[in-house]
Design a protein. Sequence first.
Length: 282
Amino acid sequence: MTRTTKITLGAGLLALLASLVVALTATSGGAQAEAQTEAQTPTRHFVTNLKGATAPFALGYTLADKSSVSSLSTLPTGVQSVFWLGQKCPTPADSTFKAKVDALASNPKVFAYYLSDEPHIGDCPGGPAALRSRADYIRAASGGRQKSFIVLSKVADYKPFAPASSHVDLVGLDPYPCSIAHPQCDLSKIGQKVDAARAAGVPLTAIVPVYQAFGQERTTSHYYNLPTASQEHAILTEWKRLVPSPVMDYTYGWSNQGSANPTLVDSLALQNVFSTFFATGR
């Protein structure tokens, strides 16, 4: 091998190494930028059944349930809505649905649309296809800025309603661990539901933790218990371990209902748990 050949090969190797360094630096920089972007997007905190209450916003809640356009203007700065356009058994997007989305697609107060609460594939075999048409329309009308959201309660529904089939962006899971059957709260229910959802094709990034903040001690059909402050903290901590950085979480719920009483409004201790957790992550 001549000296000229050696020099040529050496220069070629140096050039190759230099290009590898540039590529690795670019990749690392991109990953760091993605991580920084994720870090700059805090989890949004959703609470339902406000019935006009504003106190939850001082606790750190940034998403409220709304079902009328006129009510959106009452939301304070920094608070958006999860707008109810839901059905127990979803039907395909029709002209009425499309007109409502068109009217809200550019409204900055709408973060997401609540499209269905606990649908069941056995009762609603056309539900996934119907949701697909609705979620796709929302995505197209809003340019991807607004999200589609459902809540699922049964493991059998996870696969048929998973995002790959329904095209929804976010899926709430509601394993309520505190009940008369489990007075100390069975936190393993949370992990079981998360594992089942992921196995059924629900991405971790699409999972919305649903926090139990209600009981049925004051109802005629008492099964669920309102968590104590320490139990609630354990619920939040377990969810954070399993789903560390959700797009949003969901607290059910603020005001009393026929099937949920007492609720978060009745417990200052629980309110303090949520406020601290939202502010510090602990």
